[in-house]
Design a protein around this ligand. Structure first.
Ligand code: HEC
Ligand code: HEC
Ligand code: HEC
Ligand code: HEC
Ligand code: HEC
Length: 333
């Protein structure tokens, strides 16, 4: 035996005795109700986040109503109990229907519970170890997110079996992984869980946008050229293939009269096997990236508004305004 192993071995020999003095914490259940009493702040924040409504918000319900594929639930309602409530008991034979907390979306347990252990990103406090058994997962705030924020389109297999294709549908994780933000150690959690805030600020709420994007417009006769510049950790928009930015050019200062619209988005079309990217005018990740579009205008613009539109255009007429999109910036000439 090499001499430096000795202190290590003695530490191992002692740990069961020390472990034995500590009462084993009770197991924690997988419903949000099992965390809420001890973690009221995170629970309240999470409830209003898009993770908290991932299977219940009007946008998802409208989209899933058109395409009610069980595949979707693997990310929007990952716990079997909730899936059962949405698509029937047949989907999950033998599961305990009496359990509560159905329809919780991307719930606490989805990110934090594995093998009966609570996953945490940093060294847990003594109080945390007393309350529940804990496992440290250093990449909980970045690589873990890739489970749902990085995946390809499905193949067109109407009669099954279900297979995935080779075209990325969402690539937020790899966009970030290759960015200088990642190299500087800015994890997904640094921006989307600031100080542990479980609102998951991003597209629907928060002002992560502030100072991030610069808009410039030059008008020339019947055309306007719009340029977006930014310093970004991933593409904007990223994520859902239907997301788009609209730069609305306005004929009046309150933007009642829209004289032209420049869209920044990805466009896909089907081929024989799956969906293919046909064009991409999103703002790419990078410290000094840009994207440009030229659009026809019906009158000289005096102001502009930048809107983030969340989903598929055909769903918009049936949705409440807050589910359609929001204005993220504005200016005048
Ligand atoms: C989408 C994944 C995800 C979901 C859902 C989620 N968390 Fe977290 N949570 C995290 C990450 C990531 C961290 C670590 C943040 C970091 O490393 O900066 C964290 C940190 C925490 C912490 C440590 C203290 C803090 O605030 O930083 C507690 C407590 C916690 N979460 C409780 C909860 C509870 C309770 C729920 C459900 C109501 C929940 N989380 C839902 C990802 C999630
Ligand atoms: C009986 C109370 C209790 C229950 C139930 C409970 N926790 Fe905790 N949890 C605590 C306490 C106490 C801490 C330590 C807080 C501190 O040190 O400030 C903690 C800490 C944590 C941490 C941070 C660990 C660290 O220190 O890095 C996470 C993450 C966490 N809990 C998640 C959960 C989740 C998810 C659930 C539900 C599945 C849950 N907890 C249920 C009491 C509880
Ligand atoms: C189990 C799947 C899953 C995991 C794991 C997951 N997410 Fe999500 N996330 C989703 C889904 C689904 C949505 C969209 C929900 C909706 O709006 O319908 C979403 C939406 C978001 C949004 C958009 C919020 C908005 O305002 O629209 C952000 C930001 C986000 N996630 C960050 C994270 C981060 C950071 C992590 C890792 C700590 C993470 N997610 C882990 C499934 C997941
Ligand atoms: C340096 C800060 C920063 C980091 C790091 C970061 N993001 Fe973002 N994220 C933003 C900003 C700013 C937005 C708002 C712009 C937008 O909606 O695209 C955003 C938006 C989003 C959205 C909403 C989608 C959309 O297109 O509107 C999702 C989902 C998301 N981020 C996930 C992630 C994930 C997952 C990671 C890690 C792999 C990550 N982000 C890393 C700043 C960050
Ligand atoms: C592998 C995981 C995964 C699968 C499978 C998946 N989604 Fe999502 N979905 C996400 C994530 C992550 C987001 C958030 C991205 C963003 O913010 O742009 C999202 C966003 C959405 C949004 C936009 C929600 C919003 O808040 O604006 C809709 C609608 C949606 N998904 C519908 C579906 C439908 C319908 C299916 C099945 C045909 C599906 N998704 C399959 C992960 C998934």
């Amino acid at each position: 035996m090499r001499w430096w192993l000795a202190p290590l071995l003695s530490a191992v020999a002692w740990s069961p005795i020390r472990g034995g003095l500590r009462p084993t914490p009770p197991p924690v259940g997988d419903s949000v109700d099992d965390c809420a009493a001890c973690h009221p702040a995170q629970t309240e924040q999470w409830r209003r986040s898009r993770h908290g409504t991932a299977s219940s918000n009007a946008m998802f319900r409208a989209s899933w109503g058109r395409d009610p594929d069980g595949w979707c639930l693997g990310c929007h309602e990952p716990l079997v109990r909730g899936q059962e409530a949405l698509i029937g008991a047949a989907a999950a034979p033998g599961h305990d229907r009496a359990a509560t907390g159905v329809g919780e979306g991307v719930s606490c347990a989805v990110c934090h519970l594995e093998d009966g252990l609570i996953l945490t990103s940093g060294e847990p406090t003594a109080r945390a170890r007393e309350a529940h058994a804990v496992r440290v997962v250093p990449d909980l705030g970045d690589a873990m997110c890739a489970r749902c924020h990085e995946f390809p389109f499905q193949n067109h297999t109407p009669k099954g079996p279900f297979t995935l294709g080779d075209e990325p549908a969402q690539a937020t994780f790899s966009e970030w992984k290759m960015s200088s933000a990642a190299a500087r150690g800015e994890r997904c959690a640094s921006c989307h869980l600031p100080d542990g805030d479980h609102d998951f600020v991003g597209a629907h709420r928060g002002d992560l946008w502030k100072g991030l994007l610069k808009v410039s417009v030059s008008a020339d006769g019947g055309d306007a050229t719009v340029t977006l510049r930014g310093a970004l950790p991933h593409a904007v928009p990223t994520g859902d293939p239907f997301r788009r930015l609209e730069l609305r050019l306005c004929g009046d200062s309150r933007c009642r009269d829209v004289v032209g619209v420049a869209e920044f988005r990805k466009v896909y079309a089907p081929d024989a096997t799956t969906w293919r990217l046909r064009s991409d005018t999103t703002l790419p990740a990078g410290d000094a990236s840009s994207t440009r579009r030229t659009v026809a205008i019906s009158a000289p613009p005096v102001a502009w508004e930048l809107w983030l539109m969340y989903g598929e255009r055909v769903l918009e007429p049936g949705l409440p305004a807050a589910e359609v999109g929001r204005r993220v910036d504005a200016g005048s000439f």
